[in-house]
Design a protein around this ligand. Structure first.
Ligand code: ACO
Length: 350
């Protein structure tokens, strides 16, 4: 069995910077509250009409493919993680395949929220290990700015998210000491509604536990997927019980990082860099303290980009690599936790 390695990495963030103070014109919030609770100073918003989740993914992919010494024609499989797809269906994978004029290769879309990139990397890793594919493009991209509630009602969520994309090319490696050492994936749907966007969907209030997740039109057929009442009642935005998510996140992040290290008979002191999904600087700092990691063992950039969900890990990894913080032979752990709940880690030797 082959091991897989990251042969090229790229990122793209829109040029439009939105500071915390810029958000004051839409909602009752403050720079102080946002920085104190999340660490975020600013985020990027995609151009409203000229950029989509897919086009940002394409920009990141171009860089990753070039750095791998390949062309788009060499890619033999696409895995695209996002929760902000251009269309409800088909997914962003095929739109990227078309935009990059790739061959008629397989394109898989992954819907695993903040752990979408780790899940995607793990799927790609299995395809490389079995020898099925040789050059897999893994993309994480999000255009959150299109679908948030920018009124005070939605401020606990809208101040957190930002737009951007990251991509890697995964290839087989003959070097047994380098590449992806292991990946670890988990889920627990018991609290699926704690962080979710219910509508549009087919749930028909089935999981609502007495509480209405959507107001449907009074009709014999149809009118349930997206109704005027849902829009009037702002049921078309993400919902989050932030403190409840925080509590589980600070438990699962260290757990899944240690799982990766233990599976490979390694310890925290062996880690050159830990890159957590950028959900909240306070979560990252909590994890760092719990694992007794030094400041230079953890990479955070949420201050500049906010939470870019499936894009946050490849963006952070790309920046860290560009800054010389990840070099050949370094042990790197990627870890994520988010809606679902789903969480996971990937341990790799660069
Ligand atoms: N500006 C000002 N005040 C605000 C804002 C805001 N943007 N948002 C909320 N508040 C207020 C609340 O209304 C509340 O006021 P009250 O005390 O008068 O009721 C107060 O601030 C405290 O609210 P909390 O929600 O308890 O604040 P907390 O310190 O928990 O921070 C946050 C909220 C940042 C959302 C935090 O809980 C968090 O980061 N949670 C985890 C998020 C996460 O990891 N998500 C997973 C990834 S996302 C994904 O998977 C798609």
């Amino acid at each position: 069995m082959h091991k897989s390695k990251i042969a090229g990495i790229g990122m793209y963030v829109p040029s439009h910077v939105v500071t915390n103070n810029d958000l004051l014109k839409y909602m009752d919030t403050s720079d102080e509250w946002i920085q104190e609770r999340t660490g975020i100073k600013e985020r990027r918003y995609a151009h409203r009409t000229e950029e989509t989740t897919t086009t940002m993914g394409v920009e990141a992919a171009k860089i990753a493919i070039e750095r791998a010494g390949l062309t788009a024609q060499d890619i033999d499989f696409i895995v695209f993680a996002t929760i902000c797809p251009d269309y409800y269906f088909p997914g962003c994978g095929v739109l990227l395949q078309r935009a990059m004029k790739m061959k008629d290769i397989g394109a898989l879309d992954v819907r695993n929220q903040c752990s979408g990139f780790i899940y995607s990397l793990s799927v790609a890793d299995q395809f490389i290990k079995t020898g099925m594919y040789k050059n897999i493009l893994v993309v994480g991209a999000e255009k959150h700015s299109f679908g948030l509630d920018f009124s005070t009602r939605g401020r606990n969520i809208s101040v957190i998210f930002g737009d951007g994309a990251g991509a890697v090319v995964l290839q087989p490696t003959e070097d047994p000491g380098s590449g992806i050492l292991s990946t670890h994936l988990h889920s627990d749907g018991a609290n699926a509604e704690i962080l979710a966007m219910f509508n549009p969907g087919t749930h028909a209030n089935h999981w609502a536990n007495g509480e209405k997740l959507a107001d449907f039109e009074d009709a014999e057929v149809g009118e349930m997927f997206m109704s005027h009442a849902m829009i009037d009642k702002a049921q078309n935005f993400p919902n989050m019980d932030g403190p409840a998510v925080f509590k589980v996140a600070v438990e699962k992040f260290p757990e899944v990082i240690m799982e990766a290290l233990h599976s490979n008979n390694l310890q925290t002191s062996d880690l050159k860099l830990m890159i957590p999904h950028q959900a909240n600087l306070r979560i990252s700092q909590f994890v760092q303290r719990k694992l007794k990691l030094n400041d230079d063992q953890v990479y955070n950039n949420i201050q500049k980009y906010g939470n870019t969900t499936a894009a946050s890990i490849p963006i952070a990894l790309c920046e860290a690599w560009e800054q010389g913080k990840v070099k050949e032979g370094d042990l790197v752990c990627l870890a994520a936790f988010g809606s679902g709940f789903t969480w996971g880690s990937a341990l790799l030797r660069w």
